[in-house]
Design a protein around this ligand. Structure first.
Ligand SMILES: [Zn+2]
Length: 328
């Protein structure tokens, strides 16, 4: 998966969760492909929250490929788990076209990486759905929808983190098919008529209430999450992607190449683990630093967040409260 550069040109004013209010400013539209973030005027900065405010809630980090969550949302996942969530990693493809050796070797290598990513981020279990890599526009979407509805109900998933189904210029079918199926499953899982055989088996309707969407193209962002306290887990989740992605063992690769040229970068260190860690910290977090700086933070990740109270709100309850009179 190739990552594209985020450049937020301007910022809007916004409320802060757990912090001071930011400065008001003009809205921006995407002026070009290199200007990827457009902020909403109700932008929220989500900061660290003390204690375990999310205790009892369940999240699913959903990724088509082994490197998607570590690259876009590793900090957010670590933060929410630390704040009380129970979490699961759902890996949708078998990653068979992105990694070392034969196709079979590649599947095993990515599977191993996913277990490590879940461990680093504090996720309880990995579910591998096993669709072919790069081939998701060939799947039966209703079959995947049914599987996702089952998982949402069975695990009682309250919050999902994944690709934005409304992201622009996304070129990978695995990304946009996963995103759109998961969005539909999120609300259908709460209904009482879809897949009634689940109820016979004791599994009850349960809808997703919160969604954090990330994107790699132009993105409408209404939530910037401060991940400064979780940068160590974020980096280690990137290093865990040894089969694919820009992190893994690339630090050691650079160190060895420079050695052959009779040079070294002191920042990389000598020990392999230290070299790979420092490589990610130094070279692969430019977007997070830039985004953080825009909002007075050290490191940040950007999302489109959907939660309770957003969207259409019926006016009848308020009207009834004000105008209803007793029956005589
Ligand atoms: Zn991907």
């Amino acid at each position: 998966m190739e990552r594209r550069t985020f450049i937020g040109r301007t910022m809007a004013g916004g409320a802060l969760l757990g912090g001071a209010v930011g400065a008001a400013g003009p809205q921006s539209a995407f002026a070009s492909q290199s200007n990827y973030i457009m902020y909403t005027d109700d932008l929220i900065i989500e900061r660290d929250v003390p204690g375990k405010p999310h205790k009892g809630k369940v999240l699913a980090a959903i990724q088509p490929h082994a490197d998607d969550i570590p690259i876009f949302a590793g900090g957010l996942v670590a933060k929410l788990i630390n704040e009380g969530y129970t979490g699961y990693l759902i890996n949708v493809t078998n990653d068979d076209h992105a990694g070392p050796g034969t196709v079979g070797d590649t599947v095993v290598a990515n599977e191993r990486d996913n277990f490590e990513i879940a461990k680093v981020l504090g996720l309880k279990k990995v579910f591998n759905l096993g669709y072919r890599n790069h081939r998701m526009d060939n799947i039966d979407r209703t079959e995947m929808l049914a599987r996702m509805i089952f998982l949402i109900r069975a695990l009682k998933i309250d919050t999902i983190i994944g690709y934005d189904p409304w992201g622009h210029y996304e070129e990978n079918p695995d990304h946009y098919i996963t995103a759109s199926v998961c969005e539909a499953a999120s609300w259908m899982a709460g209904g009482g008529k879809d897949y009634p055989e689940h109820f016979k088996a004791g599994i009850k309707p349960h809808g997703v209430r919160e969604k954090y969407y990330h994107a790699r193209g132009p993105h409408l962002v209404n939530r910037v999450v401060d991940i400064s306290s979780y940068i160590d887990q974020r980096i280690r989740s990137n290093v865990a992607n040894r089969a694919q992605g820009p992190a893994g063992n690339h630090g050691v690769g650079l160190r060895e190449r420079l050695k052959r040229e009779g040079k070294k970068l002191p920042i990389l260190g000598a020990d392999d683990a230290e070299t790979n860690y420092n490589y990610v910290k130094e070279f692969l977090l430019e977007d997070e630093k830039r985004l953080g700086k825009e909002h007075g933070l050290e490191y940040a990740e950007a999302f489109h967040y959907l939660g309770p109270g957003q969207g259409y709100a019926p006016k009848q309850p308020e009207y009834i409260k004000e105008h209803a009179v007793p029956l005589r």
